[in-house]
Design a protein around this ligand. Structure first.
Ligand SMILES: NC(=O)CCC(=O)C(=O)O
Length: 263
């Protein structure tokens, strides 16, 4: 399937209130899927607790049980993929920042643990970093996930593009004053890898930061085809995946790489 309609949910998150946030995301997910009839819906980073990391071991999801029990039936009901953002997720007494992928039959396709932990928001004090990249099949196309700060590491995303990735999904909690970084990095990742980028960022504030939204859907030329404001909203666009090989042929960046000079 070459034409894939994607939606990104840009929502506020209540600090440490997992059940309140879960209920709001479930309601918003139904609304997004009913109104937009999207083939894929993406939610933001760490939506269960926000950055209440001190309590993440006590209050985090348990090996994705809450995420799976909340969203697999919804994915099946609407026949759509759900990438239900990321959550603070406890596995073997360690807390990870984990995103799951649920396919259009309601089956869990796998998960990604955030690799690069963001010191400015104390992630390295409370979280374990992931140790593997994650890509998955999306209606016959290769898609992948990285989380927030990971977009500052072009090597990670390039290696996924070299594996054939055509669409990158990015759940985030990215605060002021770094809107210029957010927009520039996402657009650069799309242009340099000649792929679609779908990124969602939360809005609202927590005790330490104010988050600006500006969720973005970007095409492989780097054109922003949908962008959020600083309010809660759902942004939607149709991705025409047939343009990815066309663009990669027109400017053959992948063929022209000179790997021997890079590391
Ligand atoms: N949650 C995050 O990873 C935030 C990353 C961020 O704000 C940045 O500037 O990088």
């Amino acid at each position: 399937m070459d034409k894939i309609k994607v939606s990104a949910i840009q929502m506020d998150i209540q600090f440490g209130q997992s059940e309140v946030n879960r209920q709001r995301l479930v309601d918003t997910m139904h609304r997004a899927l009913k109104q937009q009839q999207s083939n894929v819906v993406l939610a933001p980073e760490m939506w269960n607790l926000g950055y209440d990391l001190e309590n993440a071991l006590k209050n985090g999801d348990r090996d994705g049980e809450m995420v799976k029990s909340s969203f697999t039936a919804i994915a099946k009901q609407y026949g759509s993929y759900i990438i239900p953002g990321s959550v603070a997720n406890v596995r073997n007494i360690k807390v990870f920042n984990t995103t799951y992928v649920i396919d259009n039959h309601g089956d869990v396709r796998g998960y990604y643990d955030k690799i690069h932990l963001f010191r400015l928001m104390n992630e390295e004090k409370y979280l374990e970093s992931g140790n593997k990249r994650f890509t998955f099949d999306l209606y016959g196309h290769k898609a992948g996930i990285v989380i927030c700060y990971d977009i500052r590491f072009p090597e990670l995303i390039r290696s996924m593009a070299l594996d054939g990735m055509e669409v990158l999904f990015v759940p985030a909690e990215w605060p002021h004053p770094r809107l210029y970084h957010w927009r520039s990095l996402l657009i650069a990742r799309a242009i340099e890898n000649q792929m679609f980028v779908v990124a969602t960022n939360r809005v609202g504030s927590d005790p330490n930061n104010t988050f600006f939204g500006h969720s973005m859907i970007i095409d492989p030329w780097g054109e922003v085809i949908a962008e959020g404001t600083e309010e809660e909203e759902i942004i939607t666009a149709e991705l025409d995946l047939s343009i990815v090989p066309e663009i990669r042929n027109r400017i053959p960046v992948f063929k022209d790489r000179k790997e021997e000079f890079y590391f």
